[in-house]
Design a protein around this ligand. Structure first.
Ligand SMILES: Cc1cc2nc3c(=O)[nH]c(=O)nc-3n(C[C@H](O)[C@H](O)[C@H](O)COP(=O)(O)O)c2cc1C
Length: 197
């Protein structure tokens, strides 16, 4: 038996899923955020290191702390979105490896590496996890609005001070107003983007 996702499922998470900029007032319950994380966490990472850490910014006070870090074009939509997820990364992810990769001493592979190597390893894997997170959110009926137009140092100071977590990207979450979408931009074809060797 071959298990493949239905066309409806593929439409939901890929073909019809869009980046949203205008948000309806429909709230997003915390239980749904937990469901999204519980799916996203299952995606693969190097040595199962799972460096993604998420700060869900929901309250007006927390949104105000985020606001000064945003590029001007990202302010209004982020203030309106029911939730803004700060997709962060634990640069000292190796501390969790005895739990996450218990069958080998994986902590020893990473703990003495230079900070910049740890950071790009965390960036690669938290970016993958951020993508799993968006697909999980879409699979559960949410819309996403990812953004890298912000000042990482300001976000880190406002939300991750005194930790070794750094921001990767932001993702507005909620139910988007599909009537306000721009036309879909083209994608590269298989022939343009891929080679068979
Ligand atoms: C990592 C990342 C960063 C992005 N940064 C911004 C941003 O700062 N501001 C913005 O308006 N859109 C931003 N976008 C949205 C992209 O332009 C959008 O996802 C892309 O054009 C595809 O649009 P579609 O999903 O509607 O097809 C970002 C998307 C990603 C994945």
């Amino acid at each position: 038996m071959i298990n493949v996702m239905s066309d409806d499922g593929l439409n939901l998470i890929f073909r019809n899923a869009r980046t949203h900029n205008v948000w309806l007032s429909r709230p997003v319950p915390d239980t749904l955020l937990r469901q999204v994380y519980d799916l996203a966490k299952m995606g693969p990472t190097s040595a199962n290191m799972s460096p993604m850490r998420i700060m869900f910014v929901k309250s007006p006070a927390a949104k105000e702390r985020l606001k000064p870090a945003l590029d001007p074009g990202n302010v209004d939509k982020t203030m309106v979105a029911p939730v803004t997820a700060i997709i962060g990364m634990e640069v000292h992810f190796y501390e969790q490896l005895p739990k996450l990769f218990p069958h080998a001493d994986a902590k020893a592979w990473f703990k003495d590496l230079p900070e910049d190597v740890l950071e790009y390893t965390a960036l690669r894997n938290s970016s993958l996890q951020g993508a799993y997170f968006m697909l999980a959110a879409r699979a559960l009926g949410l819309d996403c609005g990812p953004m890298s137009g912000f000042d990482n140092a300001k976000v880190d100071a406002a939300f991750f001070a005194g930790t070794t977590v750094k921001s990767n990207f932001l993702c507005n979450l909620g139910y988007g107003d599909a009537s306000k979408l721009y036309p879909r931009s083209p994608r590269l074809t298989f022939e343009e983007a891929c080679r068979l060797a």
